[in-house]
Design a protein around this ligand. Structure first.
Ligand code: SF4
Length: 372
């Protein structure tokens, strides 16, 4: 637990397939009272050594589910839906964010608290139902970057994850940009994605990579799906069946699952399409998929045809596949760490004087005979 972050609730009614919070914390939100939260803020202010006045988070499993829930207790008691917000927001769900807005305002007024940040994930399909909440969040509670989790761009995987489509993301992004501009702040959205989630095919990951490239995103941290206890996605992974639809003895909805080292690595590599270390794998996959036109230097291409040109001399040396001197150009000669070849000494070692593979094998065989 981060010492300057405050938990305001437990539970989540999102029901995302890859997450087990709904199972172990419950679908009905358990809220703390506003007074209790404000008391904790004062306690942090008074007791945390070195407290600078910044609260790093006021949240929970989802930042914006505080005091939200089903408006009909009878329906809630009998409801079997795994999510209140997927495939669409249930008409019985109360989406009024007034309690969260009120809490944020009161938290900002606590003496000695200079800044309250929201670091928990914002459920953006829910947030766009309350523009006033988005405005409050963007104007006062974003520390430059706001992390949100579309998780994918393609409908197939998104439906199996029980996540909203990219339409909701685009709407939230437009609101975020508008309110940031109105507040005179330069702030950015950081979208999170998952690779290799059950239901994700190579083509889906490729489309996601092309979307990332088109939108100038280069993900540093990415999640490659791993089956974990109590998740629907884990059942999908092992049974290769969609448990969100009715499963009969001889009739089931088959789910494609990325398994095996190569395919899982490829899906992750596509999320990090900008990393030169991933280019050989992606290049081969694009050839296999009949998408050679995406290899090259054109604006529509995903990766370059030749990774040598895109690496710095330091990266080429580190790769260990060849010496930098061998591929020296005018440009590399001007690099600070470049050592020119000296005639008669290191030049032959780098090129012609290197024994061929068969010569080397012969030498090795002779050596092993001498030893025996
Ligand atoms: S009726 Fe709707 S809002 Fe109520 S619990 Fe079920 S899905 Fe959620």
């Amino acid at each position: 637990m981060i010492k300057t972050s405050v938990n305001i609730m437990r539970g989540c009614f999102g029901g995302c397939s890859f997450c087990s919070i709904t199972e172990h914390e419950g679908r009905i939100i358990q809220n703390r009272s506003k007074e209790s939260i404000l008391e904790e803020l004062q306690e942090i202010r008074d007791k945390v050594p070195g407290f600078t006045g910044t609260i790093s988070d006021l949240g929970g499993p989802t930042a914006n589910m505080y005091r939200l829930g089903c408006s009909d207790p009878k329906a809630e008691a009998n409801c079997r839906r795994p999510s209140c917000v997927f495939p669409g927001i249930c008409h019985k769900l109360n989406t009024d964010h007034k309690h969260t807005i009120d809490l944020y305002r009161s938290a900002r007024e606590v003496e000695g608290i200079k800044k309250v940040l929201i670091a928990s994930g914002v459920r953006y399909d829910l947030a766009i139902e309350s523009p006033e909440y988005v405005k409050e969040l963007v104007t006062h509670h974003v520390g430059g970057y706001l992390k949100i989790a579309p998780e994918h761009t393609e409908k197939g995987p998104l439906d199996l994850m029980m996540k909203p489509g990219m339409g909701a993301y685009e709407q939230f992004k437009a609101m975020f940009e508008q309110y940031s501009a109105e507040a005179g702040k330069k702030q950015y959205l950081i979208p999170y994605f998952i690779s290799a989630h059950p239901g994700t095919e190579d083509e889906d990951m490729l489309n996601l990579a092309l979307w990332l490239k088109k939108n100038n995103f280069e993900c540093d941290q990415v999640q490659n799906f791993y089956p974990s206890p109590m998740c629907n996605a884990t059942a999908m992974y092992h049974a290769e069946t969609n448990p969100l639809k009715r499963v009969k003895y001889k009739k089931r909805d088959v789910v494609p699952v990325a398994k095996g080292e190569r395919q899982r690595r490829l899906h992750k590599a596509l999320l990090r399409y900008h990393d030169p270390n991933n280019w050989p794998l992606i290049r081969q996959a694009l050839v296999d998929m009949g998408k050679k036109h995406l290899i090259g230097d054109g604006p529509h291409c995903l990766i370059p045809a030749d990774d040598q040109q895109k690496q710095t001399p330091a990266q080429r040396r580190k790769s260990g596949r060849h010496g930098a001197n061998r591929f020296a150009t005018k440009h590399t000669k001007s690099q600070p760490g470049f050592t020119p070849l000296r005639k008669g000494r290191n030049q032959p070692q780098a090129t012609a004087a290197q024994p061929t593979k068969s010569q080397q094998r012969g030498k090795n065989a002779a050596k092993s005979k001498q030893v025996s």
